[in-house]
Write a protein that binds this ligand. Structure first.
Ligand code: ZN
Length: 68
């Protein structure tokens, strides 16, 4: 099983081609949305974030700070 880069016990269902990392559902977000990415047009993470069904890294960080 390919695992999340932060959670070795979870499956890395999302894959960032630019960073070459797998992420679980909780960790998945674009780490550098403002930086050019040649894979972005085909990136499921980017698509879901745009769609609103996935929180951006910035939003995830905010949620963590507020303790949720
Ligand atoms: Zn994870």
């Amino acid at each position: 099983m390919e695992v999340c880069y932060r959670h070795p016990n979870r499956e890395g269902v999302f894959f960032c081609q630019k960073d070459g990392v797998r992420m679980c559902e909780e960790c998945a977000c674009c780490h550098s949305p403002k930086v050019y990415c040649q894979f972005r047009t085909a990136c499921i993470i980017n698509m879901l974030t745009k769609e609103g069904s996935m929180a951006s890294c910035a939003d995830k960080a905010k949620l963590k700070k507020s303790g949720q």
